[in-house]
Design a protein around this ligand. Structure first.
Ligand SMILES: [Zn+2]
Length: 299
């Protein structure tokens, strides 16, 4: 009987490995693009940043105000589906339940190389949820980095910057960490739950044009001021909210503000998970659970 040649066997083996690699998401280690995915975590925030060539960062971990283990129930399966069993960075904007309770399940189920926390929360006494997360993470012998207001570093061509605001902001929401990512002329702004006071300071600074905005504080009427929106003039905006949430987020008057300025808004309660892919040439592609949601170019 005719035996397959050694070369043919090698080809079959290579094809099988490549197929498994693509299925497991290993192709991301060759992917030159920056990808940001806003997960549908109900009333809360969780966004995955996939840097070019594979490094990963989860900005907030959802969680809501119930004891439901959302990190295990939603984020763990979503991340493993993308082939992510190790997170390089887990970053918390602020230790509210709807942004951080999911960290507990994430830390339980995945390897997390570094936990990034905002220096503003390194105070005594610590918030109980933050204590719980730190204790759990320490048991795994992970590395905690307290970010001060001057962080600026580059990962695979993407510049990360913590936007510095003064330390005496009154509301705890206003003390949320604001993170800016810049890549290929595109600027992406994560705003946690900041409100008017932080927005006023942000507008007074030199933030300038932003291409993709994570809408502050789930579209609450205390955020998304005219001044900020006119100042940063985003091409795209995403609001992370739970369907029929009791807060009435996003507020109608806030949505009409975005509409009046011609800024398209995508919402996780309607569009499901929303993914933005930015190429090294500054082309942006938006995809959601409902299908393609447009293309653009950063200028
Ligand atoms: Zn929130």
């Amino acid at each position: 009987m005719h035996q397959p040649s050694f070369r043919f066997k090698k080809l079959v083996l290579f094809a099988a490995l490549a197929f498994c690699g693509v299925r497991r998401g290993y192709f991301r280690f060759w992917d030159p693009n920056l990808t940001v995915t806003f997960f549908d975590v109900g009333q809360g925030d969780a966004a995955l940043v996939q840097f070019p060539l594979g490094r990963t960062m989860l900005v907030d971990g959802g969680g809501g105000w119930t004891k439901s283990d959302l990190g295990t129930r939603i984020l763990f399966p979503e991340l493993t589906r993308l082939g992510i069993l190790t997170l390089d960075t887990l970053l918390m904007s602020h230790p509210d339940n709807d942004h951080a309770r999911g960290f507990l399940g994430i830390i339980d189920n995945l390897r997390v190389k570094e936990l990034w926390l905002h220096q503003a929360w390194n105070v005594s006494p610590k918030r109980p949820l933050l204590e719980e997360i730190q204790t759990k993470y320490s048991q795994k012998k992970g590395k905690i980095l307290w970010l001060d207001r001057t962080l600026s570093q580059t990962i695979s061509g993407v510049n990360l910057k913590v936007i510095p605001l003064k330390g005496d902001l009154k509301s705890k929401n206003d003390q949320a960490l604001i993170l800016e990512l810049s890549f290929a002329h595109c600027r992406i702004l994560f705003t946690g739950d900041i409100e008017r006071e932080s927005e006023r300071e942000l507008s007074a600074g030199s933030v300038g044009k932003v291409h993709l905005l994570k809408i502050p504080h789930h579209g609450s009427y205390t955020s998304s001021t005219w001044k900020l929106l006119k100042n940063i003039s985003p091409d795209w905006a995403v609001v992370s909210v739970g369907r029929y949430n009791t807060y009435g987020h996003p507020r109608k008057e806030i949505l009409s503000r975005y509409r009046a300025l011609g800024i398209p808004v995508f919402r996780t309660d309607f569009h499901g998970a929303i993914r933005f892919t930015v190429t090294p040439k500054g082309e942006v592609k938006c995809e959601s659970y409902l299908g393609d949601c447009g293309v653009s170019r950063c200028r």
